[in-house]
Structure formats: C-alpha cells, structure tokens
Design a protein around this ligand. Sequence first.
Ligand SMILES: [Zn+2]
Ligand SMILES: [Zn+2]
Length: 103
Amino acid sequence: MFRPVIWAFLFLAIGCSKESASGAAPSAEPAKAGHAAATVKPGSHEDWCEEHQVPESQCTQCNPSLAAAFKATGDWCNEHGLPESQCKKCKPDLKIVRPPKAN
Ligand SMILES: [Zn+2]
Ligand SMILES: [Zn+2]
C-alpha cells in the first residue's frame, strides 16, 4: 500500500540531485582590466585588446604563444616582433577596426 509513495519519493530525490549537479555554480574568473575574458567569441566586439588595439584572440603581445601560428603562415614581421598584418610601424596606414557590438 505504501509502495507507490516510496517510488515517488525516490524519483523526486534522483531528480533533485541531478538538478543540483548541473546547476553547480561555475568558477567564474574575473576578466583582467583592459583585456577580454578567455570565454569571448573570437572576432566579436568583446574580443579586443585595448592596450595593443588588436583582437585579443590575435594579440601576440599579450599571448606570445599565438606568434607561432602567425609565423607559420608567413604573417610575421621579424623586425618588430609582430604579425605583419598588425605591424603599424611597417604599415603606418594600417587600421585595425574593433568589430561593432552585437545587439
Ligand atoms: Zn594585447
Ligand atoms: Zn614591422
């Protein structure tokens, strides 16, 4: 007679534990001042390095490990240690425009 009640209770308990596991608070890292968070979409408005005026996802000065990828494609200025496509010393007219904010 009591069995249906017990099953219902078990079902609820499982449902609750599942919910709390998936709803666990993510360890949110605060973004460094002036630098985009690691989670931003490359090519978005948020993906921007204020300091060097290039997309943060392509900023070899903030993230030197990116340099290898530019060198591999031949897009590298040895003289200034920057991707050629970002080197304003070689290309004074170069303008890298920050992508507009998505609505
Ligand atoms: Zn930078
Ligand atoms: Zn250069």
